[in-house]
Design a protein around this ligand. Sequence first.
Ligand code: NAD
Length: 478
Amino acid sequence: MEVRNFINGRFINSLSKKTIPVLNPANQKIVGSIEEALDDEINLAYDAARQAFDKRILLDMNAQEKSRMMRAIAAKLREKKDEGGKILSQENGKTVAQCIGEFEGAANTFDFYAGLTDKIEHKLIPSGNDTQNSVVLEPFGISLQIVPWNYPVSIFSGMVAQNLIVGNTIIIKPPELCPISSNFYGKIFEEVGVPEGLINIVHGYGEVTGRKLVQHPEVDYIVFTGSPEVASEILKLTSDRIIPTHFELGGKSAAIIYPDANIDNAVDSTLKGIFRPNAGQICVAMSRVIVHPKIKDEYMTKLIAKTKELKIGPGENEDSEVTPLISPQQLKRVSNYVKSGIQSGASVAIGGEEVEIGEGNFYQPTIFDNVKTDATIAQEEIFGPVTTVFDFNDEEEAIQIANSTKYGLASGVFTADDQKAKWTADRIQAGIIWQNDWFVDGVNLPGGGYKRSGYGRDGGVDGIYSHGQTKRISKRLY
Ligand code: NAD
């Protein structure tokens, strides 16, 4: 396992002489430790990224060459997916199959963007005979990217690939709870021969290394995926320098289930929307369900029966469906939210307890019914296997409940009536609306937040425009 920081094209020996232990969420055993980047490493990373930017390595790179580089990264990610997936599972808790899938998805992302290196066209704006105006997409400079622990390998790929296309050089900080798997990228960049300084990986605690990176005078642009609280802190830390930011933040995503919906489909979507993916530790988790009373009994009966059957266990077991929470702190946080839900008068339809499997951070899949819309569990992101169920009488009320939180990331509508689905999608304040399935996704599709879920778009072609700035060049023709 490579545990060092990757700076200027190579893994460097620690200057800080400090390490961060990494624990397996399924048993609290040490998986390994990663070297912490402090001032010396951070300065080296900024120097490397600045030099690479000033030399215009990415900007002057032939589009075909850039494409070949990105395809080579994709191929290496596939080659290393079994080894990488195993380590990711140990440090993150998800099943090995999900983690191998995360490497495969990361490879698909690099392949997709490799196909776009020569397809981003500039604009020519007509304005008469005597002038010519063009608009070109340009990079910001050094892009600092800060990544959360729930999908570190896939977030790394998306952010880095899009920034490479635009021409930003990159310093990326993986999450301290789950950092080792990100070093596969460093190895890959070495093997592929990515030019020095283009992509630098520095490790450390958010409060220490993350803060130092954000406050560094050389930062030109910040891409942050994580909680709104840290996003807000980043804004405060950069407000005097007016650093452009791109935020992919939390959510409290709601599904509206109309009486004409296919109920079995809605039940399966709920299981995969909140319990199966990473024990609900996913930004777009289906953490609220707004269901019509006419079908609620059938929906709840089927959902509870299937939830009872879910297998709780460690990621190393192939049949585990609800894997552990990332840390004892996260387990406590989820537990406290559930207690607050009970105190608010909501009823636990199933679950509501921690699960003892060795020293692991396991929690039962939990469904709350009779939830008040202003209760804390209805408003805040729990980030665990806990969902909340609400009733509605008419469409207007369903929309009002769906839009009642400060978040606006994803949402779903379940109905056989396309017109009603469109009416609903038009009124929900969220960056992604899924119809009749939770997770209709693809690397070519953009997503992002409304309201407190962030701004900027990721994925597809739109994502590329989100990570750069435009320059207008206007000529007078004599
Ligand atoms: P977090 O905000 O605690 O940490 C995210 C990253 O920020 C980590 O790398 C951390 O080290 C760093 N960090 C922490 N404090 C910092 C500081 N003061 N300065 C600079 N960096 C700092 O989030 P988390 O617990 O790792 O992840 C969970 C959150 O991420 C949830 O809210 C989830 O919804 C969100 N998320 C959003 C998306 C999306 O695409 N919208 C995707 C995944 C996760």
